[in-house]
Design a protein around this ligand. Structure first.
Ligand SMILES: [Zn+2]
Ligand SMILES: [Zn+2]
Length: 105
């Protein structure tokens, strides 16, 4: 959240002439906005592999049989393949051999 340096009210991002600005909701004070605060565009265009790599260390483990080596534990995560109206795809990665596969319901 950003606050106005002039009056202390909340500032909202607004696009003007192709650039982002923060505009005070109270007094109208404007200042340039570098877009790094993370509003709606944060997860847009993120490739699947980015998600996997980023969350790799904190993946939960589920009990499921690896189709390759027979190990019964695998990390799992879900990926939203497209827009919100499509169901998430569940991916699994064997804790032993590292084999990765996706689960279909
Ligand atoms: Zn202000
Ligand atoms: Zn395995």
């Amino acid at each position: 959240m950003n606050f106005c340096p002039k009056c202390g009210s909340i500032m909202m991002p607004r696009r003007k002439d192709g650039k982002m600005f923060l505009v005070c909701t109270n007094c109208g004070y404007e200042m340039p906005f570098d877009g790094k605060v993370g509003f709606s565009e944060k997860t847009k265009g993120l490739k699947k592999i980015d998600v996997v790599e980023k969350e790799h260390n904190i993946l939960p483990i589920t009990k499921i049989k690896c189709p390759k080596c027979g190990n019964d534990k695998a990390y799992y995560w879900t990926v939203q393949t497209r827009a919100g109206d499509e169901p998430e795809t569940k991916f699994l990665k064997c804790t032993k051999c590292g084999y990765t596969w996706r689960e279909y319901d």
